[in-house]
Design a protein around this ligand. Structure first.
Ligand SMILES: NC(=O)c1ccc[n+]([C@@H]2O[C@H](COP(=O)([O-])OP(=O)(O)OC[C@H]3O[C@@H](n4cnc5c(N)ncnc54)[C@H](OP(=O)(O)O)[C@@H]3O)[C@@H](O)[C@H]2O)c1
Length: 276
């Protein structure tokens, strides 16, 4: 295979779809996962030779090895240039009230699948020898908001996983990046829009409502997906070399102040904003 190659999870919409579109437009061959083939229609009709839709639920452990072997065979000696672990969900609500199933699903989709998929494609990334893994983290992997705890736990874990892989892969020509977007305009917000409703009878109800309203405000200020794609472009062009990139309006807070402000100080600000 002569062209550059990428495997991206979650290309039905949002950041994954925009990244697949950008890479195909730049001449890459992209393997993109969707759960429903209909969701890949736009990309397959636009890039019939370059975009290959793979129907795969990232929670599916059983079929991963067959699927990755098939793709790795197609990639041949060139191997894989880029793996983008993008598929993700956001489980919202007070930790006390989240069901075991929802908590497990949060970790399975956002964390465990990244471990399984990365390991499945590592032989092809190592064979390439100049490849990148880009994990789509979040500012929730740097700062934990109340009632978004499950999501934050998953994204904090992804930060650590990114560091572990990056350091373990230093001898093998595979670099690992973690992007940390703040609010980005994608369907994920619609999918979680009513997520707080089911806690209306809980002890946390008044506070959850405040967080839901704050979320609505931040959606209005959400950045376009292109801001994430620009960073991905810089990484593959080797113009961006830092292991992590915050893509949010208040970068200074996430890159600097969160390290120097005490947790108790931040707790007090949260108390004023949400609990008073
Ligand atoms: N948008 C933001 O404000 C924001 C901010 C920070 C980080 N992020 C992160 O960015 C990533 C992409 O999210 P997005 O904002 O682009 O939202 P999105 O449009 O909802 O995209 C999420 C993608 O993940 C896929 N997905 C979810 N569960 C899956 C599963 N079990 N198996 C396979 N695919 C699955 C979805 O497929 P289906 O269509 O089949 O559900 C979809 O393609 C996520 O990791 C998210 O945490 C987003």
């Amino acid at each position: 295979m002569n062209e550059k190659t990428a495997f991206i999870t979650g290309t039905s919409s949002g950041i994954g779809a925009a990244t697949a579109d950008f890479l195909c437009a730049s001449g890459w061959k992209v393997y993109g996962t969707v759960r429903n083939l209909d969701d890949s229609k736009d990309l397959t009709s636009k890039y019939s030779n370059q975009f290959q839709a793979i129907v795969y639920d990232v929670r599916d452990v059983d079929t991963l090895s067959t699927l990755s072997k098939k793709i790795i065979d197609q990639l041949g000696d060139h191997g894989l240039d880029l793996l983008v672990n993008n598929a993700g969900i956001a489980v919202a609500g007070p930790l006390e009230e989240i069901s075991n199933e929802d908590f497990e699903m949060q970790l399975d989709v956002n964390v465990k699948s990244v471990f399984r998929i990365t390991n499945a494609f590592l032989p092809a990334l190592i064979k390439n020898g100049q490849s990148n893994i880009i994990n789509i983290g979040s500012i929730s992997g740097l700062f934990t908001s109340p009632f978004l705890g499950a999501y934050a736990i998953s994204k904090y874990a992804l930060e650590s996983m990114s560091d572990a892989y990056r350091r373990e892969l230093l001898p093998f020509g595979v670099d690992v990046f973690c992007l940390e977007p703040g609010p980005i305009k994608t369907p994920i917000w619609k999918k979680t829009a009513n997520a707080f409703d089911k806690f209306s009878n809980s002890r946390y109800a008044p506070y959850v409502t405040k967080i839901a309203n704050l979320s609505l405000k931040s959606i209005k200020k959400a950045k376009p997906v292109e801001e994430v794609v620009v960073v991905i472009d810089q990484i593959i062009q080797k113009k961006a070399l830092k292991p992590r990139y915050v893509i949010a309006a208040n970068k200074l807070f996430y890159n600097f102040f969160r390290y120097i402000l005490s947790d108790r100080f931040i707790d007090r600000q949260i108390k004023k904003k949400i609990y008073s």
